[in-house]
Design a protein around this ligand. Structure first.
Ligand code: ADP
Length: 262
């Protein structure tokens, strides 16, 4: 498998007539973890919805090995995780997983709950769990389908820092076992640096790619690592407006930014 190719010439919401994405070309190789970073309203969720097949109203194509993703379905499974855990509140934790896995897969569901350290609470309902625990169930559910591609839209938002760090560790453990391709949307640069093989920075809407950069830091990483701090500082020094999706004419130098990252 050669991986995923996203080519968006234009995405305009018909109801408002506003062009949201413009000339985006993004390739993801098998096993690659790609973070998409950009300012709020840039079009990150729009892009993810398009890759998920939830929004087909755009000019361009999304393919795997030249096969259109949502026509020929070349991938076995796509997994999702969103900002909210989106668990079924009337089902227990175990039943939330079995809803996706099928009733006969109890052993697999229990193994996933063990991997996210939730064995003791399989009979609890989502409403009885903390936000962090709910996210752990959602993470287990996202991996339960053994995805070839995992789409994550700010999945650790609004968690306290230690809980988010713990979840990032669980994500890395699960990801490194089966290595699905990941598109991980965040506006938190340190998180992207701590997780990803590559970071794609988007501009303000209409979004285009302002920088596509490898992250060659050793794993495991944490948002507080010295290396992560240094790269974070270097990137923002080279372009103080990077996170606003703006290109600072004077200091902007793609080559030096890519060099800083390697
Ligand atoms: P991000 O995830 O980067 O914060 P979004 O993809 O949610 O950005 O939104 C990008 C732009 O598209 C925003 O200007 C937003 O208002 C607009 N947008 C999002 N969804 C819709 C919609 N259903 N109809 C019209 N405009 C939308």
């Amino acid at each position: 498998m050669n991986g995923l190719t996203i080519r968006v010439e234009n995405k305009t919401y018909q109801n408002t007539g506003t062009c949201t994405l413009k000339d985006i070309q993004l390739d993801v190789t098998p096993g690659e973890f790609v973070a998409i970073v950009g300012p709020s309203g840039a079009g990150k969720s729009t892009l993810l919805n398009m890759v998920a097949g939830l929004d087909k109203d755009f000019e361009g194509e999304i393919t795997v090995d030249n096969a259109p993703l949502h026509v020929t379905q070349p991938l076995k499974q796509i997994g999702f995780m969103f900002q909210e855990s989106r668990l079924m509140p009337w089902l227990t934790v175990l039943d939330n997983l079995l809803l996706v896995l099928g009733k006969e897969q109890e052993d697999k569901a229990r193994e996933l709950l063990r991997q996210v350290h939730l064995t003791d609470i399989e009979n609890h309902f989502p409403g009885q769990l903390s936000g962090g625990m709910q996210r752990r169930v959602a993470l287990a559910r996202a991996f339960s389908v053994e995805p070839d591609l995992l789409l994550m839209d700010e999945p650790f938002m609004s968690l306290d820092a230690p809980t988010a760090e713990y979840l990032r560790g669980l994500l890395m453990d699960l990801w490194s076992e089966t290595k699905p391709m990941v598109l991980f949307v965040t506006h938190y640069l340190r998180e992207a640096l701590a997780l990803a093989d590559r970071i794609v920075f988007l501009s303000e809407s209409p979004a285009h790619v302002v920088l596509d950069m490898p992250v060659n830091l050793e794993r495991p990483r944490s948002v507080e690592d010295v290396d992560v701090n240094k790269l974070h500082a270097d990137l923002l020094h080279l372009n103080p407006h990077l996170l606003s999706g703006l290109v600072n004419g004077k200091q902007w130098n793609k080559a030096s930014m890519t060099e800083a990252a390697s």
